[in-house]
Design a binder for this molecule. Structure first.
Ligand SMILES: [Zn+2]
Length: 68
């Protein structure tokens, strides 16, 4: 099985072995933060973040713009 490569949306870091990464799945009216799992990471609309601080960057933006 080929392992997928994941990329942090904030800093662009790429890895095949995301440790302590987070998945955020964002809809029009909700934002869901998910502890890393392959299932969540591969779900449609999933965004990937290399750590808590970069997930927070996105969350802060979302508060202001709603997925823009
Ligand atoms: Zn990052």
């Amino acid at each position: 099985m080929i392992e997928a490569m994941y990329r942090c949306e904030i800093c662009g870091e790429e890895t095949q072995h995301p440790i302590r990464w987070f998945v955020i799945n964002c809809g029009d009216s909700q934002l869901k933060i998910i502890r890393w799992s392959k299932e969540a990471a591969d779900a449609p609309g999933a965004r990937h973040y290399c750590g808590e601080s970069h997930a927070q960057v996105y969350i802060s933006r979302w508060f202001q713009t709603f997925c823009g």
